[in-house]
Design a protein around this ligand. Structure first.
Ligand code: SF4
Length: 335
């Protein structure tokens, strides 16, 4: 299967009717200029020069609430992107939007311009969390929009956040299970962080909101990953993309942001797998062990900053990791 690349066109908060408590798109994305429809061509051309051959390519309108804009403006953006679909330089268009900005006429418009995937910022399926985060839409909105998207033949993506106001481990697990049963084919998992100039920043300073610790966020995500992988929902992202604003700490007030968040989650998944395998083998087994895993997983098996390797060494193992390109994702051999 060919790898997919996106040409991201970030349209921050263009159509948002209000500000969700956690959101300051400008700070998170590191951009404050909104690309106009006429800019789509140049952006796409620029990206096309850098994308390796043999990939499927989508033009992706991210951020904000694409379908909340006027029909006229949506059409202007879509027309520009559709030129690249028509001349077969990209295979489709994807976009993200709010669950309450989906209805039949909107989907008809998106079909006309070859939109293939619609990602909804669901964030949570708990009404408590939705209310406390001031999303101003309901779980019913998420359910209705998901059904409409699937019935109309689009690929559905549902993004979730963990650790929002009112969230709990159980609620986030329920959200992941709901995302599966609503028919999502892909997802993104974002731990909530406190960003400068948001309502959440105020709540945090008033002591009315406590973000997850990094350890909690990794632990919750580990369990959520199991749910999605078991149900073939592909995880497009874990953790926020590190914009310069966030990385150099200008906008991050508090919370479980880490540029290597995914690696930390995968490290924990592999720690568990290795420990289980060690428990199942003979207790008289020599302490000289060789752990064989697939090429793609070896750095996760060794662990973020080698933590899995070091932990095994501290338990008395003389450990060596080896790669086997024919191994499947979580295949593991200890010998
Ligand atoms: S709907 Fe999305 S983009 Fe708009 S304020 Fe809320 S989180 Fe931000």
């Amino acid at each position: 299967m060919k790898k997919n690349s996106n040409i991201p066109i970030f349209i921050p908060e263009l159509a948002c009717p209000h500000q969700c408590v956690f959101c300051n798109q400008e700070k998170i994305s590191g951009t404050n200029s909104i690309p106009q429809p006429a800019d789509v061509k140049d952006i796409a051309e620029r990206y096309l020069e850098t994308i390796p051959e043999n990939r499927t390519i989508d033009i992706a309108f991210f951020g904000g609430s694409f379908t909340g804009q006027s029909v006229d403006l949506q059409e202007q953006y879509l027309k520009e992107a559709f030129r690249f679909v028509k001349n077969e330089r990209v295979s489709g268009i994807r976009l993200s939007t709010r669950p309450d900005y989906i209805n039949e006429p909107i989907l008809e418009l998106l079909k006309k311009y070859s939109v293939t995937t619609i990602e909804l910022g669901a964030q949570s399926t708990s009404q408590v969390v939705l209310n406390e985060s001031e999303r101003r839409h309901s779980f019913e909105d998420i359910r209705n929009a998901s059904n409409l998207i699937c019935e109309n033949g689009f690929e559905l993506g549902l993004q979730m956040m963990i650790g929002l106001p009112g969230d709990s481990y159980e609620r986030s697990i329920q959200t992941a299970n709901d995302i599966v049963s609503l028919g999502a084919r892909n997802t993104r998992i974002y731990p909530a962080i406190v960003v400068k100039d948001t309502a959440l920043e105020k709540l945090y300073h008033e002591g009315r909101y406590t973000p997850l610790t990094l350890e909690e966020a990794v632990e919750w995500t580990k369990h959520i990953v199991h749910i999605f992988e078991k149900n073939n929902v592909s995880i497009l992202r874990m953790g926020l993309h590190p914009s310069d604003e966030l990385v150099i700490g200008k906008s991050l007030i508090a919370g479980p942001f880490h540029p290597s968040f995914k690696e930390m989650v995968m490290t924990q998944i592999w720690k568990e797998l290795i420990d289980m395998e060690l428990q199942s083998i003979d207790s008289n087994f020599s302490n000289n062990i060789k752990i064989t895993v697939s090429d793609k997983q070896i750095h996760y098996a060794i662990g973020y900053r080698q933590t899995n390797r070091e932990q095994l060494v501290s338990r008395g193992y003389n450990v060596r990791f080896e790669r086997n390109p024919s191994f499947s994702q979580y295949q593991l051999n200890i010998g």
